[in-house]
Write a protein that binds this ligand. Structure first.
Ligand SMILES: NC(=O)c1ccc[n+]([C@@H]2O[C@H](COP(=O)([O-])OP(=O)(O)OC[C@H]3O[C@@H](n4cnc5c(N)ncnc54)[C@H](OP(=O)(O)O)[C@@H]3O)[C@@H](O)[C@H]2O)c1
Length: 340
């Protein structure tokens, strides 16, 4: 089978397209013919060895896949060849293996896909959808003025919609271009502000009638985190779930004093430690239902063949993407997969 292997850390070009033996499913495993494999920002960090986890070398990256069951290992019950499934590899002991034509998956982590959800949509709902879902549960936006930073990204674009659905009073979206802000607006944001502009917090405060947001969902890091802390309303809460520019942020005495005197809180967030096998299936089921009934829109920002993976990594790292990027390793998607 064709697969993308990481043999050394570095630039996107270190991702190599190779012919590897198609794996044989062992006890309790299935072989999945990959329909779509999610590309996440975290993959770019792993590729550079700047992520919390260092992948062993060589590795096939890719921690979320969807597709069709192609073969069953011994002892697998309740799963049939030909089933459409989602496989959250990030919740398995191996954790990777998605950037390939076929992936080996423990059978007990598979989640059946309803006919209303495509392979691409389901891939987007795993890391990014679950992150957005857990974020709005952890810091509830009902009745609040909310700021979503990086609002056109994979997580951000779903956060805007889920915050709206959860009853946010006003949603402000921050992003780096007018095109991204228009996209966030199309998903339900009321206000858009370009946070690459020097006076963006003044623009935001003015648009909010002189007040700051009660809740800020923050992942940009660096100067954006610092400015977000400045604009947060008294009693407000900033939840930090990513730090794309973590090296550039200083948190010191002035920031601490501001937090104290404004009764504000800073919350860290990571979705993976919150998952259990049962909650994972229930939460993905909830997201599949929302997409199936049209209440949540997944935007696919790009589909890439395996040999184009470096292009996708470059796009993520250059802030060029909107929505979800996918690897689609087979030229033909099975007819059973609904669009998009
Ligand atoms: N804590 C968790 O459990 C968890 C789970 C999933 C993801 N995350 C993290 O959350 C963040 C967003 O994930 P995502 O999947 O939504 O990523 P994404 O689709 O790649 O979007 C990230 C957005 O961040 C903005 N950005 C700001 N500075 C950037 C930089 N230096 N390089 C690249 N992008 C930059 C870009 O928007 P603008 O151009 O508009 O600024 C970009 O669209 C990442 O840091 C990811 O690792 C955390």
């Amino acid at each position: 089978m064709k697969a993308i292997q990481l043999t050394r850390f570095g630039e996107p070009e270190t991702l190599e397209l190779l012919d590897l033996p198609t794996p044989e499913p062992g006890v309790g495993e299935v072989l999945l013919r990959v329909g779509a494999s999610g590309i996440n920002f975290a993959d770019t960090l792993m590729r550079r060895d700047r992520y919390a986890i260092t992948p062993p070398l060589p590795s096939v990256l890719g921690n979320e896949v969807t597709g069709v069951v192609a073969a069953l290992g011994p002892g697998v019950d309740g799963i049939d060849v030909g089933m459409r499934v989602a496989a959250p590899l990030f919740a398995t002991p191996c954790g990777f293996g998605g950037y390939a034509e076929y992936a080996l998956v423990p059978a007990d982590c598979l989640i059946a896909l309803p006919d209303t959800v495509s392979f691409g949509e389901a891939a987007a709902l795993m890391v990014q959808g679950l992150t957005a879902l857990h974020l709005v549960r952890r810091v509830m936006p009902e009745g609040k003025v909310v700021l979503v930073n990086a609002a056109a990204g994979g997580v951000g674009s779903m956060l805007v919609q889920l915050a709206r659905r959860a009853g946010a009073h006003i949603i402000a979206a921050a992003a780096s271009s007018s095109e991204k802000l228009a996209f966030a607006h199309s998903l339900g944001a009321d206000i858009g502000v370009d946070y690459t502009q020097p006076n963006w917090i003044d623009t935001l405060t003015e648009a909010l009638g002189g007040k700051g947001p009660d809740i800020i969902y923050e992942s940009a890091g660096g100067a954006v985190t610092a400015a977000s802390l400045q604009v947060l309303a008294p009693l407000g809460q900033i939840v930090i779930y990513g730090a794309l520019n973590i090296q550039q942020f200083d948190f010191g005495v002035p920031e601490l004093l501001r937090l104290i005197f404004n009764n504000q809180s800073v919350t860290g967030f990571a979705f993976a430690p919150l998952l259990t096998p049962e909650s994972l299936k229930a939460d993905l089921g909830e997201l599949f239902d929302l997409v199936g009934c049209g209440e949540l829109k997944v935007t696919i920002g790009g589909r890439y063949r395996l040999d184009q993976v470096a292009e996708a990594h470059h796009l993520l790292e250059s802030r060029g993407s909107m929505g979800k990027l996918l690897l689609v390793p087979h030229a033909e998607t099975p007819a059973a997969d609904p669009a998009p």
